[in-house]
Design a protein around this ligand. Sequence first.
Ligand SMILES: [Zn+2]
Length: 465
Amino acid sequence: MKKQLSRVLLAVMLTAGFTFSCKEEFLIPKEDDAATSSVATENARRSSPDVDYEVSHEVSGTTWTYTITKSNTSKHPGHFIINFGNCDAESPTIENIVSASVNGIDWSGKISDSEGRTGCIPSSFNFVKFDDLDCANQYIIAFTLDTLYSAVPSQGWIKAGPSCVSKALIGPGCRGYTLTSTLDADPAIAGKPYNQINTYMKTYGFDYSEHPNCSGGYGGHIDGVHADAVSDIYFNKSVFRFDIHIDPVMDGDRCSAGTVDRQRNEMKSITNNTTWAKVQGNWDEWQILEWKFKLPSGFQPTQNFCHIHQLKAQDGPNNGSPVITITPRANSDGTNKRMQIIHSVDGASTGKGTVVNDIPLSAFEDEWVQVREEMHYTHNGYYSCKITRISDGQVLINFTDTNIDMWRIGSSYIRHKYGIYRSLAGGRLDQTPVGQSPLLKNESILVTDFRVYEKNTNPEPGTPH
Ligand SMILES: [Zn+2]
């Protein structure tokens, strides 16, 4: 009992001291604010330990969350400002915020679109300020908007004492995205044959029709397990698992007798461009794709292709190679394992090639990552891909190209695919021995939490362009 009481006393004393030092910071005269316009002062403050904050952000549907973590020596922030003016007239304003919170507490009465006397100098006239932040070491600032907005590079400001520091952040961009489909793995499909997984996925606008559960040609075994729903301990729920085999049967490409130099095991947006056009990339549409994946420790790519995601035209004369791939790659001796993003356009000189090439695969191995891609499907299009490691919030890839050819001439829709589609790296299933790269072994990938958003919906999605 005595011990408990002393603990309580200690806690009270600590809290009192903490609160006092925190309040003290707000006694600093407002006059100091004028100094923030000085570039020299600003630079000095940037390197000052009293304004050292980590800010991470997450966008989930219509809810935007910013986590501000202060260093031990930093002052407590009084205000947080986020720039909303990222898409001209299509930007949200404070009027589009339907709820706001700080550390879980309703903050809707403490937000404003006026800079007030913070001394911060926002780069636009359209911003939202969270006032009266209380004493804490971490602030989870969240707001929910009235509809979906694209996530774009933006800016935030943190006001602490006399200082105002600017942070590069993701903020809400253009209004108008709608969620068109979601897909998660129901535990009820665990252990079910491939055709039942296909049936399940079709009800969500996806399908599982390109796999080695086949006969004839090369590389099929009808009873092989290539897809399943498995329990994941990190999320404590079911996720999809896809497997590709070297042993005991070397998988091929849908039992093709002609395409014998590769292996394919992919799920994708459904082969349907009418009722499910809303999950496809149609001409001039904008699309956001979100999903999570996890590669096992020791995942081994080769020097040849190994796509775990593709954006690929379904139809038209130029649908052979994908528009975008996410591709683990290694040197011929298996070293230099890295993650790539590759852009290509058939028959045109606008392909940009390997646009991301230097992200070590070790950053991904045995880790769940969140992917968020945004596309504008046109010749002078838009592509961005952000991949965030979930365990520590580390952004592993953050690529944006605002003028990139995202279309295939003669096509009507572009699908999105997930799984493992890889080269046998020198091997051919129609020769003995096959002669594949000795690096190749059985591999798997876990995927979950698919979300598809669309904007600027094409009213005639079946028309080729
Ligand atoms: Zn197999």
